[in-house]
Design a protein around this ligand. Structure first.
Ligand SMILES: C[S@@+](CC[C@H](N)C(=O)[O-])C[C@H]1O[C@@H](n2cnc3c(N)ncnc32)[C@H](O)[C@@H]1O
Length: 292
């Protein structure tokens, strides 16, 4: 099929999907943060293991979680990531969110996530994690407010490590969020965010990962819904971190479009996503920076 015809076809399919997702969110609200079935306990545990292992893998070689006060932005439906970080030796874990998606998360699930971790953990750290899971203690906190005012949510606490996974692309204004997280960053803080830049709808995610970028700003904002991907690109994150004084900013392409598919999957995109600096080959990005 000629690329121009394919582009029009996928734009039409994407518009119908966008309309459907918009209607679903308007009717049902924002409830389910990822595609893992809430009934599949093993898959949920695998998922949180994978998130934590990804963070640890991408951390600069001279940085570990040990003795760090960690802040997670947008933990979604489980705080087991925090339990695992404590079990890896973090000093404390605080999660902040605009939606209380982890309301049904249980200490039992978090304990299982630690127990089923297939790597080395120190007994003393695991014990600290278990103690923290008994109840909301000062080293394990979850704060939610629809306004997502990070300094207010953190209530004077400062952090050595600020992490997120598949969350930043949902924040309404990344510039405000980055300004907010800067205010709670300790000197030397490392900020590491795994950002899913692709179309989120499973039905077309594989075949047309840049589908959300086919629409004009006008059309896309017409169908705004809570949690809608904000279409910010790596260049936007770099600019915002720089403006807030962060240094050593690094963007890692964790997943890219294969070379033989670049032509069809990066063509027919709306302005400004048709410019080279938008790095439309990048599907998952890891944005790392350090606060001096
Ligand atoms: C796709 S979920 C990812 C959750 C989790 N990190 C994971 O990997 O499953 C997106 C997260 O961003 C949060 N979020 C969505 N829209 C937001 C917004 N406008 N402001 C702040 N947080 C938001 C959600 O509550 C959720 O925790």
């Amino acid at each position: 099929m000629p690329i121009a015809v394919r582009n029009v076809l996928f734009k039409l399919i994407g518009a119908f999907i966008l309309l459907g997702v918009w209607a679903k969110h308007r009717l049902m609200g924002y409830k389910k943060p990822n595609t893992v079935s809430s009934d599949d306990r093993a898959a949920r545990i695998d998922y949180v293991h994978d998130v934590v292992q990804s963070w640890l893998r991408f951390l600069p070689a001279d940085v570990s979680v040990r003795d760090r006060a960690v802040l997670e932005l947008g933990p979604g439906s489980s705080l087991a990531t925090g339990a695992l970080l404590l079990a890896h030796g973090a000093k404390s874990y605080t999660a902040v969110d605009a939606f209380r998606l982890a309301a049904d998360d249980t200490a039992e699930f978090r304990r299982d996530a630690i127990a089923q971790f297939n790597g080395e953990l120190q007994d003393a750290h695991v014990e600290i994690a278990h103690t923290a899971l008994e109840g909301e203690s000062s080293n394990f906190c979850y704060h939610v407010d629809a306004g997502f005012d990070i300094p207010a949510l953190c209530n004077g606490q400062k952090f050595d490590l600020i992490l997120s996974c598949a969350s930043f692309e949902h924040f309404d204004a990344i510039e405000t969020t980055i300004n907010g997280l800067t205010k709670v960053a300790q000197s030397g803080c490392i900020s590491l965010h795994i950002v899913d830049l692709q179309t989120h709808t499973n039905a077309i995610r594989q075949r047309d990962p840049n589908n959300i970028y086919r629409f004009s700003a006008w059309f896309y904002s017409l169908l705004t819904f809570p949690g809608q991907p904000n279409r910010k690109r790596p260049i936007d994150y770099v600019r915002a971190f720089k403006q807030n004084g962060w240094v050593d900013i690094e963007v890692i392409a964790a997943k890219s479009i294969p070379g033989d598919q670049l032509g069809k999957l990066t063509s027919g995109l709306a302005d400004p996503f048709n410019a080279p600096e938008m790095d439309m080959h990048m599907l998952d990005a890891v944005i790392i920076s350090r606060y001096p």
